[in-house]
Design a protein around this ligand. Structure first.
Ligand code: 5GP
Ligand code: MN
Length: 338
């Protein structure tokens, strides 16, 4: 985003506007944290602001300030479509391609308003008028902080904004431990605490909110964990039957793939989750170091993301998908053995 883009956006926001903000489908802490932070920020200056989520999100995010105002596109489809179509400005946050917004994607494409993308994923599509894309950023929340800074409004950050931004930076950096966490990230986090983000409260809400069933499912996942030591690879699978037996709820599998990556020597990890209703296997990939899972997911599993964290999907059944994966790890053995 150039200085001239910033001054044009600043000018645009100097008068009240109808604004819609949209995170990706199955929004995570960063997607919701960034949209809600921007929502609270824009609300400070007389705009009419609405957050529309493509679908529902996990219970461990159902405490974020403002989340109760979010319109769920799956439930209020007609109203949500009207709002997107007639908005003056549509912000799209934490996704790089319209298909990541599910059924909202085509509506965004057709919308008349000005589109502003803020995102840290690789290779953003070309659908927005203004693009603030930076793949070196830890999170979209860190970018929203920078966006507010570019608009010279850091002094306006409230405790609600700080809480939302802290949450997204925390979840996307694995609590500040991934390589994407920089000293600047920590300085921003320090500022957010000064502005009223309560770190212990936020960690407690997100991470110590487990149900018994969720932990049982974690147990099943760890039992299913397989390691291919020679390829520094580990993976986990969860069948629909296993999910049902643990009364699976949205968000229950979040973070499980990191257990596979935590094994000594492992630098490539995956989790395969069967979604019988959609007829697909949803996959999460994680890596440490140079193995590029964005590239791997993009080429082989219809997905994408970042170098060290990406997702994808497969139309094959669970065991066929895993067979395909195993073959691909063989094909990539030179890279994986490095
Ligand atoms: P997760 O594995 O936690 O679902 O996603 C890891 C990262 O990859 C996230 O940044 C997410 O936005 C991205 N991602 C997940 N699934 C997909 C997908 O199907 N396509 C693309 N392009 N990105 C994905
Ligand atoms: Mn993110």
């Amino acid at each position: 985003m150039t200085k001239s883009d910033v001054s044009k956006i600043k000018h645009l926001l100097s008068k009240p506007k109808q604004i819609v903000i949209i995170p990706h489908k199955n929004p995570d802490g960063d997607a919701l944290g960034s949209t809600l932070a921007l929502y609270h920020y824009l609300n400070l200056s007389n705009h009419n602001v609405i957050v529309i989520s493509p679908n529902d999100y996990p219970v461990f995010l159902k405490w974020l300030p403002g989340e109760n105002k979010i319109i769920n596109h799956e439930i209020e489809t007609v109203r949500a479509n009207d709002l997107i179509t007639s908005a003056d400005i549509v912000f799209t946050l934490d996704f790089n391609a319209l298909h990541r917004a599910g059924d909202i994607g085509p509506i965004i494409r057709k919308a008349n308003g000005l589109k502003i993308l803020i995102d840290h994923h690789q290779q953003p599509d070309d659908f927005a008028h203004y693009l603030y894309s930076d793949v070196t950023m830890s999170s979209t929340c860190e970018m929203v902080y920078n966006f507010i800074e570019m608009l010279e409004d850091i002094s306006l950050i409230t405790a609600h904004i700080a809480t939302c931004l802290y949450t997204g930076i925390m979840t996307d950096t694995g609590s500040f431990r991934f390589a994407s966490t920089t000293s600047t990230t920590h300085r921003i986090i320090a500022n957010l605490i000064d502005k009223g983000a309560s770190n212990a409260f936020i960690h407690n809400n997100v991470y110590d909110n487990n149900s018994f069933d969720k932990l049982q499912l974690l147990g099943v996942s760890l039992k299913n964990l397989k390691v291919i030591s020679i390829l520094n690879t580990a993976y986990i699978s969860l069948s629909q039957k296993e999910l049902n037996a643990s009364n699976f709820r949205k968000g229950d599998t979040e973070g499980i793939v990191n257990y596979a990556l935590s094994i000594k020597g492992v630098k490539f990890a995956a989790i395969f989750i069967e979604h019988k209703s959609e007829g697909i296997i949803k996959i999460s990939f994680r890596s440490k170091g140079n193995f590029d899972v964005n590239d791997f997911a993009r080429k082989n599993f219809n997905g994408g993301g970042h170098v060290n964290a990406a997702g994808g999907r497969s139309d094959l059944n669970l065991s066929e998908t895993i067979d395909k994966f195993l073959q691909l790890t063989q094909d990539n053995s030179t890279l994986l053995k490095e």
